[in-house]
Design a protein around this ligand. Sequence first.
Ligand SMILES: [Zn+2]
Length: 623
Amino acid sequence: MTSLAKRMVRWLVFLFLSAPVFADGPHISLVVDATDAPRKILHAQMQIPASPGTLTLYYPKWIPGEHGPTGPIEGLTGLRFTANGQILNWRRDLQDGWTFHVEVPAGAAVVNASLDCVSPAGREGRIGSPGGVNMTDKMMVLVWNTVLLYPAGPASDELTYDASLRLPPGWKFGTPLPVASQSGGEIKFKAASLTTLVDSPVIAGEYLRVEPLAENPHVEMDIAADSPGALEAPAEDFQHYRDMVVQARMMFGAEHYRDYHFLYSLSDHVAHGGLEHHESNDSRVAERAMVDPEARLLRAGLLTHEYVHSWNGKYRRPADLTTPDYEKPMQDDLLWVYEGLTSYLGDVLSGRSGLRTPEEFRDALAQIAADLDHRPGRSWRNLQDTADGVPAMQGAPKEWVSWRRELDYYDEDVLNWLWVDTIIRQQTQGKKSMDDFCHLFHGGQSGPPEVKTYTFDDVVNALNEIAPYDWRGFWTARLQSHGPAPLDGIARSGWKLVYDETRSAEVKATEEKNKNINAEYSIGLTLETDGRIVDTIEGMPAAAAGIGPGMTVAAVNGRRFSADVLRDALRAGKSSPQPLELLIENTEYFKTFRLDYHGGERYPHLVRDESKPDVMSEIIKPR
Ligand SMILES: [Zn+2]
């Protein structure tokens, strides 16, 4: 080829890649009326191209980022189909409750669908659980997959949606979804693939604050709250978030979004938690979380985690989590990278951006390490199974958590990836670190969203490119081990996990948020503030004495139970030969249990090991 021909080919390839790509698949129109959001009901109208015969439609079931079949099907109501003015018969699939078969009559080319999405009233749930609440009197998050159907057959990339949205009067909004036009409370969005639509929620409300964080590419926070006062966060908070964007850029070396929106809900009446998207995240915390200083710690790692997902989870995604539509089951075996590495990098970013002080960073790590250090369930269930089992197990109750184990691939892999970071540093004599891995694995060319899939082997190979080591053996051992919690990363970074009688701010804040009392590391007991037992740790004094989850502590050493009475009794037991006496109610029967425990209160901290360099402080230093 001549150089001119080469240039022309390059130019054509450039044109092709830079033009918005819409496949020839069906165009579907979707009109969402959110004016009834305060009543917790959304109305939607759709026009779906069809031909005579059976039209099979799906309600999105396997939701990206939720790792399970959590599409809130019980909220889909008011379903009606018409064509050419005729009401159509439909039937739900007998083997899959998210699938509908509609009888399309001769001569019909379009099916009109109308549907409602109702949100549970009076129980908030959490993001990622079916039926988490998205609406209050003053605000909402529009999660597109809750208000639409899509035809079976084409991939979600091949379906084009022309979406519009009507908001309650006076409500403002923020979203990464490009807007075509806007008049009054009516917003028309530019045509987008179903993939992009589902990946681009809209936050809206009467009280909305937009705070720019960065330019080129543009990053902003769109914060909706249940009251105007909740938006009055201190200025230094936003400086930390600006620093987070700068530090993330240095961590990864490139961005994979056109622009990025932190959709941040401040409300006590929506489902809490965070859900990642490519160009945004939908994160929800308590109404006063930005103005109450004591609430700050509890949200310090949330936005950094969800932001990291734009690179790790969205841009780089496990191959078997990358499905063509929302009907094909996802496989969760690589969540130790998708979620575990995100948790580690998000925590590191919380330190580098100043959202956590070094001490707060260490206290959060100590809490993670202590919890995993008290997980007898490790003896039957390895870390790999905590990921593999997600679709079946993610709705498990809190009771028996230490024996069942929970979504431990989040926290345990914070410890494992810290360990990896210290190995890379050691193998390269301090020349390389996880930052180099992130540049290699998540960096590349900046640009609009794309997905690059990976397998276990790709992770091992990328680690080997940064620092040759037996990474396959390392991760196989970590994932399949039934041994103790992996504390080597803490030790190798110059710190030690210890227990003393002082509650860290992290432990206090976690107790306050969960409205519980942490006596896990002393007598192996987690209780709610009214004495109801959430968990007992197998083999520790409470369980060994015969106490179990679901029972209620009525009295401690003869006095009515309260958090202070229990803590006082634990302290007093250190210098008393008497056993700790718990009067317990179990299914209407009262019984006294005696625990021969004299170890006092025990709470986790990290202390410096002066025999080693302080690598941890190096890791969380701003770049
Ligand atoms: Zn996550």
